[in-house]
Design a binder for this molecule. Structure first.
Ligand code: HEM
Length: 592
């Protein structure tokens, strides 16, 4: 049995928690010995205040050392966001509001206005650094890659769900996982269009029958089921069949059951979501979150449901391997046949069920919600821009026709489709905020004419491509407008070509997304299939009031003032309450 996160935390930080208490105990013991009896209230106060005082002393000492080190290097510390409450409690509350009731990242946009796109901010227990500067992000991800790690905090936060898979490891362990998985992603993806096609046709059938009933669909829900079924089939050779469960109705529909039933597929889907939301929410607790999980691990329960699905599949795969006497390949450079799933590829490399489980779950997490969000925002933007929808549909009908299944070559040649998807990824990147920890102290370039900026060792560096992708100085005065042409016309050569690190929806450097091409293919395929069948899309958020953003939120900084879906983020971005749409079926579809 795994120790709870609380016990792991205590075993690593016991000295920081216990030392101040031991010092108080020692002080009272010595005064007792010398015959001074301290009043009980004083002893009690000393115990209660010992840890906060220790934090203040250790902070002051660290900040003194950092200043000294910065000066010795001729560097400066980043500007510090002002705070009024002790330990920066007000700062963390503003941040929480930015992820719940206000426009996504609102506080960060406010601070960027005041302090620029790189600053420090104080939260209880630490001082963090934020950046949305391409030069800094480039260092973190690429040019100074070895000086940054996801770090033990992130690993502990995600441990129950992801174990030590590629997404949740650093150093040699990460290299091991990445080299094991990478060969599978470099193969020709054409064969997987079979998987997409089957599930895309289920999606279209579902939409048609719901439209005939006269109700909107929650497209986010459908897109998530499409990517879940596609990803599980791709990974395990067996999909969870989430598309077979009934669709939810909008809450204003006069229908008794608005929810989608309790099928096994939906239980898996819900458990996977719960595990992610709980793991991500751990980082937003006001004090060290593991202290809430000393006696139980809050992710353990959804994991039981996930394990029930995955364990028999892993067992099956290992048994098949034993039966066929396959030897474990050490080199990691296997020939991969077209029928292989990722699991059957991995089984050739290791017999360890834990590694197999961690790896496949990591890929499921990395690939499922990210692509679902991209598809969700693509349809949302098509509903908001009928002119863009017409132009995209025209390209699809010209290239593929109204019924034929698209091929890899079709997708490669569709310039407007690629520009459209890139524009979705720019304004709605699936991983809007991300984090790395510095290993050694380092320096980042400052504005021209200023000394470099000093970043201490072991600093949590938050970076946001969401903020960077919306900057007017990097993308032009219309940066908040949704306009795919910016990836085709002169703006491409003016902004992106000379400065490619301003566009990083898949990150960059050695840890760049392994599934980037897979994601472009999956998104393109689903969009083509949909627009072959449907000729117009209308947004229907009013039919499900829970999906409407809080009043006035779209006037917050960073927003384009137009968003009508409620964007939030756990590990990845999602639309709170869903994206409700109606679609009109196209006429004159060819027979194939
Ligand atoms: C539009 C869809 C997608 C987006 C926007 C996206 C974005 C990203 C980003 C930003 C990262 C870096 C995370 C980090 O290091 O902190 C990442 C990593 C990763 N992605 Fe994707 N992803 C997408 C789809 C996929 C798909 C479909 C798969 C697989 C089927 C996948 C597999 C991975 C893996 C394995 C990693 C970890 C790489 C590593 O740490 O070495 N992604 N992705």
């Amino acid at each position: 049995m795994r120790p709870t996160p609380g016990l792991v935390y205590l075993s690593h930080s016991s000295h920081r928690i216990l030392l101040p208490l031991v010092l108080v105990w020692a002080a009272t013991y010595v005064t007792d010995l010398r015959g001074f009896i301290l009043p009980r209230w004083l002893v009690l106060c000393a115990y209660v205040l010992a840890i906060p005082i220790a934090i203040v002393v250790s902070d002051t000492w660290t900040s003194y050392n950092n200043k000294r080190d910065a000066v010795s290097r001729g560097a400066i510390l980043p500007k510090l966001v002002g705070y009024r409450w002790p330990f920066g409690l007000d700062t963390i509350l503003s941040l929480r509001a930015s992820f719940t009731t206000r426009y996504l990242g609102n506080a960060v946009f406010d601070w960027a206005d005041q302090y620029g796109y790189m600053f420090r901010f104080r939260v209880p227990g630490e001082t963090r650094v934020f950046t949305a500067e391409p030069e800094h992000i480039k260092r973190i991800l690429a040019t100074d890659f070895s000086n940054y790690e996801k770090g033990p905090n992130f690993r502990l936060q995600m441990q129950t769900l992801l174990g030590t898979g590629v997404f949740n490891s650093d150093g040699d362990m990460w290299k091991f996982h990445r080299s094991m998985t990478r060969p599978f992603f470099s193969k020709d993806r054409i064969s997987h269009f079979d998987i997409f096609d089957r599930h895309a046709s289920d999606v279209i059938d579902k939409i048609r029958s719901r439209m005939r009933e006269g109700y909107p669909i929650d497209w986010q829900d459908l897109a998530s089921r499409f990517t879940l079924d596609s990803a599980t089939e791709f990974l395990f050779g067996r999909d969870v069949q989430s598309l077979s469960a009934p669709l939810p109705y909008p809450s204003t529909a006069p229908i008794a059951n608005h929810l989608s039933g309790n099928s096994v597929a939906m239980a898996f889907s819900k458990a996977f979501l719960d595990a992610q939301v709980t793991s991500a929410g751990r980082a937003r607790v006001l004090f060290p979150w593991p202290l809430l999980e000393i006696f139980h691990d809050r992710v353990a329960k959804p994991m039981e449901i996930i394990d029930k699905f995955i364990d028999p599949i892993l067992k099956d795969a290992l048994e098949k391997k034993t039966a066929s006497n396959i030897k474990v390949e050490k080199s990691g450079e296997l020939e991969i046949s077209d029928e292989d799933t990722l699991l059957s590829h991995l089984v050739n490399l290791t017999d360890d069920p834990q590694i197999l489980k961690d790896e496949t779950l990591n890929i499921l997490l990395a690939g499922r919600d990210t692509t679902a969000l991209t598809l969700t925002c693509a349809i949302y933007q098509l509903a908001e821009h009928p002119d863009i929808l017409r132009r995209l549909r025209e390209e699809i009908l010209n290239k593929v026709g109204s019924a034929r299944r698209p091929t890899y070559d079709d997708i490669r040649d569709m310039k407007y489709l690629r520009a459209f998807i890139n524009e979705v990824l720019r304004l709605y990147p699936a991983v809007p905020f991300n984090v790395r920890f510095t290993i050694n102290p380092t320096e980042w370039p400052s504005q021209e004419g200023e000394p470099p900026t000093y970043i201490p060792a072991n600093t949590r560096c938050l970076y946001s491509v969401f903020v960077m992708h919306r900057r007017k100085d990097l993308w032009g005065p219309d940066s908040l407008e949704f306009d795919p042409d910016r990836f085709i016309d002169e703006r491409l050569h003016k902004y992106l070509t000379p400065n490619p690190f301003i566009f990083l929806p898949f990150n960059g450097g050695p840890r760049i997304c392994l599934g980037q091409q897979f994601a472009y293919n999956e998104t393109s395929f689903m969009l083509i299939r949909l627009l072959q069948r449907f000729s117009s899309i209308a947004l229907m958020q009013d039919s499900h009031p829970e999906s409407l953003p809080p009043a006035g939120w779209a006037r917050s900084k960073g927003s384009n003032g137009k968003d009508r879906v409620w964007l939030r983020s756990h590990l990845t971005m999602f639309a709170n309450g869903g994206v409700w749409v109606k679609m009109d079926e196209a006429q004159n579809i060819e027979q194939v």
